[in-house]
Design a protein around this ligand. Structure first.
Ligand code: SF4
Length: 685
């Protein structure tokens, strides 16, 4: 709080950026936010937040906010009233449903919106439109985590709490850069490593955390499966298997073990590019620790073998018995503030609210009865299938809430082409994003500071989001918009109240059963929450959700991208996140964070820079089989020779022009982390 300002009130809410879910004390004077502090009594972030959270208010009343509905006419946006926008949308949607059927409409919900709004979005698509074509950004980040952990454990969510870092003996961080992407968690890991906790980092880049690691395994991008199979080899060979845990709690181990012992260790070493003795030491450190925790991020999931890697991480916890007590477990670091919640609420095409299977007779009947509507019984489109269908004229309309897919989804030009083919694209947004520019109708909505609801962080903690200021004139909270459109289309949805919708959620989502607005209190509750309001900080204590934990064997497969393109494109580009900006930069670039970092750079190893006569500051052209971009080079040893690295925060570069639409075959999560590319100094620069 600035010393010169006496504030009128301080309101506790939750950060809108990453999945750590920091509590923020927001100071308000004369109806305007003045500053944000980190509360000392928070369970998630006592006295700490990162610089994204500190300035998370500067964008909310920025002059760029869209303040009236806009309808595109003859290629230009024209201001409209809310009623005109609703009339336009409902008549178009009804026309498409009548002429083509409800499956020609699809929706993408927002992981930045509260649970209540995500719940309403999937209800709107299912009960009002009549399609299961609903998905969320988890598809392009942690869908392999949800799928992989559901298969092995029965639940696709973190097993433990971040505060368990205090009582673990070994931390394995694989494919994650938490000091930039989840800074409060990153700081906890760093502090523990400085103290006395062993830290193993598996990452192609020399991240900040890698500098504190006892073992940094700097593998070649796309080789996680080979690396983890090496881990298993040494854990088995060094007799570090927790036999009693494996026998009592798991199935499929013998077959898994035989598979591991049949692998060619020389080959695995050469695939990963990491000295096998170093891997052996790290495997022994993890396998012999009293308690070991793993943390993984998008460097695991955004690969064609993402789901396979997640299942191996789960196997690693099971083979060493690191499940079901404090200081252990599998702990995915979720990217967006409410990406866990959006999935919990049913924003995926195969599972409704509470992860019930939409194709199962009993579950289908339960949903139909609860929503009082006829529901579709076949699985809908995942996000990549939506684009594919739009390109084939099988999709006529999309509704996107707060996701800037043109900038964040792979193969930008393909996404633009797909969205441009639609008859109707409705976008609920704060600002004129690259995606909003393609909309038929833009509905101006409210930021996290202007709305109520709950967010669920990466450790399954459901926390209250409190309204700090009134929403700007001309805008509406997303939940209110969804409710009004449902009502316009004839569905009897009660007028919007976040608390009312939370009560509805508690009736249908089994693990929200005991949650009420009141009992969430200041520190929230970790689901599942039982009837009596008792929450669950640690999952799978006595038994796994699916009964026995299952070992699945996995074999390394080279990325299709490298198989097809490495001859003509000798570099691998890997994309990542920076500390100063969040996602497509739409919010953070309208805060003082922009003064810290205002442009993207491409990291290039000194040997490569020398060979291509590139100096730091030179503009280089990076080209992949999909397209090319110009970007400023920075020579750095943070990347290995042959690897290039940059972020996706800046539309001026639009790095996803390069990325491919190759996906993990199970979860359809795109492979952002392995892009075949070539470089040259930009002409005339
Ligand atoms: Fe906390 Fe993440 Fe927000 Fe930073 S961005 S304040 S770590 S929730």
């Amino acid at each position: 709080e600035s010393k010169s300002i006496v504030v009128d009130k301080k309101i506790r809410t939750i950060c809108t950026y990453c999945g750590v879910g920091c509590n923020l004390d927001v100071s308000v004077k004369d109806g305007k936010v003045k500053s944000i502090q980190a509360p000392w009594d928070s369970k998630v972030n006592p006295g700490h937040m990162c610089l994204k959270g500190r300035f998370a208010f500067s964008f909310y009343n920025h002059p760029d906010r869209i303040r009236t509905p806009l309808i595109k006419k003859n290629g230009a946006f024209v201001e409209a009233t809310w009623d005109e926008a609703y009339d336009f949308i409902t008549s178009k949607l009804n026309e498409i449903i009548k002429e083509n059927g409800p499956d020609h409409i699809a929706g993408i919900s927002s992981s930045r919106c509260p649970n209540e709004e995500n719940y309403l979005m999937q209800k709107f698509m299912r009960a009002v439109i009549g399609t299961n074509n609903i998905d969320g950004c988890a598809r392009i980040c942690h869908s392999p985590t949800a799928l992989g952990m559901q298969r092995t454990f029965g639940t696709g969510a973190a097993t433990n709490s971040i505060e368990d870092i205090k009582c673990t003996n070994c931390m394995l961080v694989i494919g994650a850069n938490p000091t930039d992407a989840h800074p409060v968690t990153g700081a906890k890991i760093k502090q523990a490593a400085i103290k006395d906790t062993t830290l193993i980092v598996i990452d192609p880049r020399k991240t900040e955390l890698a500098r504190y690691a006892h073992y940094h395994l700097q593998l070649k991008p796309g080789t996680n499966v080979a690396m983890l199979n090496l881990f298993f080899y040494y854990i088995i060979k060094e007799n570090l298997v927790n036999i009693s845990f494996v026998e009592q709690r798991t199935e499929g181990f013998e077959e898994f073990k035989q598979h591991i012992l049949s692998l060619n260790i020389n080959e695995l070493e050469s695939i990963t590019g990491v000295d096998r003795d170093l891997v052996r030491e790290a495997a022994i450190a993890y396998g012999s620790a009293k308690n070991a925790m793993s943390f993984h991020g998008l460097g695991v999931t955004e690969h064609s073998q993402g789901t396979s890697t997640v299942m191996l991480i789960a196997n690693l916890a099971m083979i060493t018995g690191n499940i079901g007590r404090p200081g252990v477990g599998v702990n995915p670091l979720r990217g967006q503030n409410n990406v866990q919640g959006a999935a919990d609420m049913g924003c995926q095409p195969d599972q409704g609210a509470g992860y019930l299977d939409v194709t199962n007779d009993e579950m289908h009947a339960l949903y139909e009865n609860f929503y009082g509507a006829k529901l579709p019984k076949h699985i809908g489109y995942k996000i990549p299938q939506m684009y594919e269908s739009a390109l084939q004229d099988k999709l006529k309309a999309m509704w996107i809430i707060g996701e800037n897919v043109v900038q964040t989804d792979p193969n930008t030009q393909m996404v633009i082409k797909a969205l441009s083919k639609l008859d109707l694209l409705v976008v609920q947004e704060l600002f004129m994003t690259e995606t909003a520019k393609l909309a038929t109708v833009i509905l101006p909505c409210a930021s996290f500071l202007e709305k109520e609801g709950t967010f669920t962080n990466g450790e399954r903690r459901v926390q209250r989001v409190n309204r700090v200021v009134e929403h700007l004139p001309g805008t509406k909270p997303d939940g209110q918009v969804l409710t009004e459109i449902m009502q316009c289309m004839g569905y009897p949805q009660p007028d919007y109240s976040a608390q009312g919708v939370l009560n509805e959620i508690a009736q249908i989502v089994p693990f929200f059963k005991g949650i009420t607005w009141e009992n969430l209190g200041e520190n929230g509750l970790q689901w599942p929450v039982n009837d009596g309001g008792i929450d669950t900080p640690i999952l799978h204590k006595e038994t796994f959700k699916r009964g026995m934990g299952t070992f699945y064997k996995q074999t390394y497969k080279e990325s299709v991208e490298l198989q097809e393109h490495s001859k003509d494109y000798p570099f691998i580009v890997t994309t990542n996140r920076g500390l100063e900006h969040y996602n497509s930069g739409v919010m953070t670039r309208r805060t003082p964070n922009e003064q810290l970092i205002a442009e993207d750079v491409l990291l290039i190893h000194p040997d490569d820079a020398k060979e291509y006569l590139i100096n730091s500051g030179d503009m280089v052209c990076v080209e992949s089989p999909r397209g090319k971009v110009d970007i400023k080079a920075r020579i750095s040893t943070a990347v290995k020779k042959g690897i290039l690295s940059t972020t996706f925060h800046f539309p001026e570069v639009m790095i996803n022009n390069l990325t491919s639409d190759i996906c993990d075959s199970d979860a359809l999560c795109p492979e952002y982390k392995v892009v075949a590319a070539r470089i040259r100094k930009s002409r005339g620069k």
